[in-house]
Design a binder for this molecule. Structure first.
Ligand code: PEP
Length: 270
């Protein structure tokens, strides 16, 4: 609800979003212990959305354990059909009530599991249909960057991932700029790189969906974010938050990064 209040106003009131992507780490017991640890370090507050993305198997039990005023949950993936003969898949329809967000088109899905823009688009649509907030990940590879293709890649991934949505359906969308060369490499993008990519992303959203959608969509950065570089992104007006992989598995780093965002927002614990 809080976010709806924010989105009626100008962009400067956009709530920051910090997502921890635990990837394929932490089994049920470890995840439960880690959630407990984080809940002692990160107070419930209203000025930053803190989202945890554990493995699919742990989501349900963590959803019973989590204080939703403190943390929201995200799935790292979901399938686009609502039901049927699709062995091994978990649809967005089954994640309703368990998670609030779902990551879609993460580069590990695109490049290790060969997910196409068409599948990504179908997944975004199924998330919207099932009232989950899609976090659409986009970003260029090292060779695309070297060839000066960043703008084209972002264009193609955004058009490919968002075609057929209406501007109203974009209200809950988050776009994560995650250059593939920066993910898990320690080679984080510079704030100027991120500013330029976010500018391109917003320009593209404006072309596709108009000014209101451009203002309301949250664009976050991910790629080797850690305690030493997080502030440089969080203090950019253009960046609405962070998607953090490796450092989200370190309770000290993750909680300190949330605290940075919280202090920048000037918020109070509730
Ligand atoms: C990610 O998994 O989305 C990510 C950005 O990972 P890392 O922070 O480890 O680069």
């Amino acid at each position: 609800m809080a976010r709806e209040c924010y989105t009626k106003h100008k962009r400067e009131y956009m709530k920051k979003l910090i997502i921890g992507n635990w990837k394929m780490n932490l089994n049920m017991q470890e995840a439960s212990l880690y959630l407990h640890k984080l809940s002692e370090l990160i107070p419930a507050q209203r000025t930053v959305d803190v989202v945890l993305a554990p493995t699919m198997l742990t989501l349900q039990s963590l959803s019973l354990q989590v204080n939703r005023r403190q943390f929201k949950l995200a799935a790292q993936n979901s399938y686009w059909r609502d039901q049927g003969a699709y062995t091994g898949e978990v649809p967005a329809a089954h994640l309703r009530g368990i998670v609030d967000y779902v990551l879609i088109g993460h580069s590990e899905r695109r490049y290790l599991f060969m997910e196409s823009d068409k599948e990504t688009r179908a997944k975004v649509q199924s998330a919207v249909r099932n009232h989950l907030q899609p976090v659409l990940c986009v970003g260029e590879t090292a060779s695309e960057r070297a060839n000066g293709e960043t703008r084209d890649v972002l264009h193609d991934q955004l058009v490919g991932g968002l075609a057929n949505l209406t501007a109203d359906e974009l209200d809950e969308l988050v776009i994560a700029y995650e250059p593939v060369w920066a993910i898990g490499t320690g080679n984080n993008a510079t704030p100027d790189d991120v500013k330029e990519a976010v500018r391109i992303i917003r320009h593209q959203i404006n072309q596709l969906f108009g000014a209101r959608a451009t203002k309301e969509v949250r664009v976050i950065y991910g790629g080797s974010v850690n305690i030493d570089n997080a502030q440089s992104y969080l203090s950019l007006d253009q960046v609405d938050g962070l998607l953090i992989g490796g450092a989200s598995l370190d309770a000290h780093q993750f909680s300190e990064i949330v605290d940075m965002a919280y202090k920048l927002e000037g918020g109070r614990a509730s």
